[in-house]
Design a protein around this ligand. Structure first.
Ligand code: NDP
Ligand code: 2IT
Length: 461
């Protein structure tokens, strides 16, 4: 059963719940082992119930059955030669999920946990995130179960080249435009771009985003997801008649999203007291030094525990999931999926958290989200909160098409506008559909209805 049984449910609502349960069960029967994808599907369906109560059109057009099935799934072998001369093999994926609004758009993740379920959940949520940005981009995602940790620069390059040797035939500036995600940053995008250019025999700058600044990358893209996250939180705080001053913030992760979110939060007056990597977390009640974190993680590719070598006043704990026991006003999970479960959510609530915003994709389990909502904690869902990254990618595509470069200030201003707009639209949709303040419902409905309406306009494809 998808939705908890409620008393006094209207006939119309029960019919919508039954209808959506049937579709969910069919998805589950088809791919029972895709746990992350099923989780994302369930979260989406739960939010959409009010839409299906109010509106028959989407049911008449079988939108749910269509939207939940990717337009195309590509899976391929990625052979590469390690520094010992041994051939290694990984599995690569690209899921081209939905092209109603524009070319497929979404990142590429290199992490040992990557499988089709992970890429499908990321692809599904990307559709609605991209829709929320208001830009002409469809949804897709890709990746490989490759572990970049401990690999030499040459190994990374050979892997990226081999990955692109297969992927290049499926992508293009008007077809599918990948970017970075966990384990894929400017370096990896550069190697993939070089290989794409070589195989294609043409310089198509708009085929990838997150590029280096010398060859079509956009100023502000590196910062965009983290900054956008904080611009969104700023809007949430305004609703609580608060700002960042004197608020304690904790961020999980210390990668691209976490670092730039912490940077912007500090600039706006917050105190960042804890952050982590996959081994453990650091804590300093007086505030962490972002400069040191950046030196360790960005410049030297080290581990977060090295922080205490430079700041003995800080503490290191070697279990990253325990970071949620640190008391804070704002919690922004910025590492990976399912990093906040119900128990962690309850701890955050008990410790007085005021705002939780998902910098990462699906970092909170469904029970965790319900815990926040039931306790009236203002909660910002991933597809809205972290949309600044892909929004900036779409600005990079626009700059590439026009063959010009915007200034950092122009890009940053645009991202701020987009994030404010997303917040407004989520709030409006949550009000319109009877769940005021529930931004999960608002984000899913606002993202979904635009894609669904467009699919209807484009016919039964
Ligand atoms: P990075 O690779 O730059 O950093 C990831 C961070 O999360 C690292 O600190 C890493 O620790 C930690 N981490 C990764 N996997 C795990 C895990 N299984 N358990 C605990 N910690 C983990 O990635 P990004 O910052 O780019 O991405 C972070 C999240 O944000 C992801 O969910 C991504 O999908 C999402 N996102 C990213 C966008 C972007 O533009 N980059 C845009 C929108 C969302 P360690 O170094 O130890 O591996
Ligand atoms: O999850 C995401 O939105 C990203 N990894 C960024 C995608 C993009 O195309 O910039």
């Amino acid at each position: 059963m998808m939705v908890k049984t409620e008393k006094n449910v209207s006939k119309e609502k029960q019919a919508a719940i039954d209808y959506m349960n049937d579709i969910y069960e069919a998805v589950k029967e088809r791919d029972p082992h895709e746990t992350e994808f099923l989780q994302a599907t369930k979260m989406l369906f739960d939010s959409l119930i009010p839409v299906f109560v109010k509106n028959r059109t989407y049911k008449d057009h079988n939108i749910l059955e269509r939207i939940i099935e990717p337009e195309r799934v590509i899976s391929f072998r990625v052979p590469w030669i390690d520094d010992e001369g041994v051939v290694q093999v990984n599995r690569g994926y690209r899921v081209q999920f939905n092209s109603a609004l524009g070319p497929y758009k979404g990142g590429i993740r290199f992490h040992p946990s990557v499988d089709l379920s992970v890429i499908k959940f990321l692809g599904l949520t990307q559709i609605f995130k991209n829709s929320l940005t208001g830009q002409p981009i469809g949804g897709g995602k890709g990746g490989a179960d490759f572990d970049p940790k401990g690999k030499s620069d040459n190994e990374i390059m050979r892997f990226c080249q081999s990955f692109m040797t297969e992927l290049y035939r499926y992508i293009g500036p008007d077809t599918d435009v990948p970017a970075g995600d966990i384990g894929v940053g400017k370096r990896e995008v550069g190697y993939m771009f070089g290989q794409y250019k070589r195989l294609q025999g043409a310089y198509q700058a708009g085929v990838l985003t997150g590029k280096g600044l010398n060859y079509g990358g956009s100023l502000g893209r590196t910062e965009a997801t983290g900054y956008g996250t904080i611009y969104f939180v700023e809007e949430m705080l305004k609703d609580l008649r608060m700002d960042f001053h004197n608020l304690n913030l904790i961020a999980s992760g210390s990668g691209n999203v976490a670092i730039h979110a912490m940077d912007k939060a500090i600039k706006l007056g917050a105190k960042v007291v804890a952050c982590s990597d996959s081994n453990g977390f650091i804590y300093d009640k007086n505030g962490l030094s972002l400069q040191t974190i950046q030196r360790i993680k960005v410049d030297e590719g080290g581990r977060i525990k090295e922080y205490i070598d430079f700041h003995p006043e800080a503490e290191y704990f070697d279990d990253c999931s325990e970071i949620w026991s640190v008391p804070c006003d704002i919690a922004i999970p910025c590492a990976t999926q399912n990093e906040i479960d119900e128990a962690s959510a309850k701890t955050l609530v008990q410790n007085g958290v005021k705002v939780v915003a998902e910098g990462a994709n699906m970092p909170c389990t469904m029970d965790a989200i319900n815990t926040f909502i039931e306790n009236d904690i203002l909660f910002g869902p991933a597809q809205a909160v972290n949309a600044g990254g892909v929004a900036c990618s779409a600005l990079e595509m626009a700059q590439n098409s026009a063959r010009l470069n915007w200034t950092f200030e122009q890009v940053d201003e645009e991202i701020k506008k987009i994030m404010k707009n997303i917040y407004r639209n989520c709030k409006r949709a949550s009000n319109k559909y009877g769940s005021p303040g529930n931004l999960v419902v608002g984000a899913n409905i606002a993202g979904f209805t635009k894609v669904a309406d467009t699919m209807i306009e484009q016919g039964a494809i």
